[in-house]
Design a binder for this molecule. Structure first.
Ligand code: PLP
Length: 393
């Protein structure tokens, strides 16, 4: 037998293991010092009470014969899809509930969507990049081309007309850079995709952090229904990183290569996915209730305030950065021309603050660094004070 030899082409990703190793080493040598972690991409606030109540109620129903549920439908219960559809309508985007697939998260779906596309397609990703898009396509054996996100384009890579791509991953607001595309920029990508007969895979896992008029969905853009699939997640919106739930939108009229893309994805899901558990779907629906929206906003506001505190410090220090405004991530240029890992060590040794070296997300991340606003308030304030003291010397 043979294994999938495409796995040989994966580049080992040591980023988070290396961060953990260096941090642990430092703590062992300096047990008396308090190290603050602003590198984490996971949330820290608990689920909203209304969400927990819905989870419990869903679990209780499973324990009673009359309300017991077996396998759910793979695309999710209508009551959740309806709730998601209404959520889209709340910011002016029309998505039919039957175009929505409830999933166990955006990571699975952005990775699995490749099942329905030929391996001869060329995949375009922006660099730096959320590693799932790259690794899942390397596993499938697809060719990958990179669109550089740089200071010159505000870390919003734009299409190069001389590059032909069939599958385009866009992430806005972006992980790791925090930069968000404007409607005009997205329109350029949509036009490029339509011209090239390509499909945009649009990951808006951080849409709930948008505070200005950047689109919260690619379907706010004319023509997107003819060229895009959208992935979203409740992980960062509502603290579901451990609960697991997301949703994917495939417009019914999306066609390529003589096939209906919605039907292909439906068939893929029906074959390989048995749906999200009932209590989790109840919890997801609760997120979209009026009270749910009010309660999750409190958590989002908390993280947004942390982000503002970090951004203010960067402004004070005159350090270039993106993100922080429409995103929990602040992506900064390492001061004094330091490399990403050099700055990591410098910050850890001199301020006892841990961040994420940008070069772990791609070539264009070299010399940049990611801080997150997912920590608690006191630690964020203390970390920022230490960074200011260190870098204003
Ligand atoms: N997409 C992006 C851009 C992310 O940063 C993350 C998580 O960090 C995910 C998707 C994963 O989402 P989920 O937890 O729904 O799998």
């Amino acid at each position: 037998m043979k294994v999938n030899r495409n796995f040989d082409n994966l580049v080992p990703n040591y980023l988070f293991a290396e961060i953990a190793k260096r941090t642990a080493g430092y703590i062992e040598e300096h047990p008396d010092q308090k190290v603050i972690k602003l590198g984490i991409g996971d949330v820290t606030l608990p689920l909203a009470p209304v969400v927990v109540d819905a989870l419990k109620k869903g679990a209780d129903e499973l324990g009673v014969k009359e309300t017991f549920k077996g396998y759910p439908v793979c695309e999710g219960y209508a009551f959740v899809r309806e709730a998601v559809s209404n959520y889209y309508a709340s910011f002016g985007v029309s998505v039919d509930k039957d175009e929505i697939f409830i999933s166990d998260g955006a990571k699975s779906d952005t990775g699995n969507i490749g099942d329905i596309f030929g391996t001869e397609n060329t995949v375009l990703v922006t660099d730096p990049v959320y590693p799932v898009y790259v690794d899942s396509n390397i596993m499938a054996g697809r060719k990958i081309v990179y669109a550089p996100s740089t200071e010159e384009n505000g870390f919003c890579a734009m299409p190069d007309e001389s590059v032909q791509a069939d599958i385009i991953y866009l992430c806005s607001p972006n992980n790791p850079t925090g930069a968000a595309y404007t409607a005009d920029q997205l329109k350029i990508w949509v036009d490029y995709a339509l011209k090239n007969d390509a499909i945009i895979l649009y990951d808006c896992a951080y849409e709930a952090f948008i505070t200005d008029d950047c689109p919260r969905s690619i379907f706010a853009i004319d023509g997107a229904r003819q060229c895009a699939i959208e992935f979203c997640s409740l992980s960062k919106t509502a603290g579901f990183t451990g609960t697991r739930c997301g949703y994917t939108v495939v417009p019914k009229e999306l066609e390529r290569d003589g096939h209906n893309i919605y039907k292909l994805w439906y068939r893929r899901e029906a074959t390989k996915f048995n749906g999200v558990s009932y209590p989790v779907q109840c919890a997801a629906a609760a997120v979209f209730s009026e009270e749910g929206q009010r309660q999750i906003k409190e958590n989002l506001d908390y993280y947004k305030e942390n982000a503002r505190i970090i951004c203010d410090a960067m402004d004070e220090l005159g350090i270039y950065y993106t993100g922080g405004k429409n995103s929990p991530y602040i992506w900064l240029r390492c001061p004094n021309g330091m490399g990403s890992w050099e700055f990591f060590d410098y910050l850890l040794s001199n301020a006892q603050v841990v961040g994420t070296p940008g070069e772990g997300f791609g070539e264009c991340g070299k010399g940049y660094f990611r801080l997150t606003s997912f920590g608690d308030r006191e630690n964020t304030i203390e970390a920022v004070e230490r960074i200011k003291k260190l870098l204003s010397k």
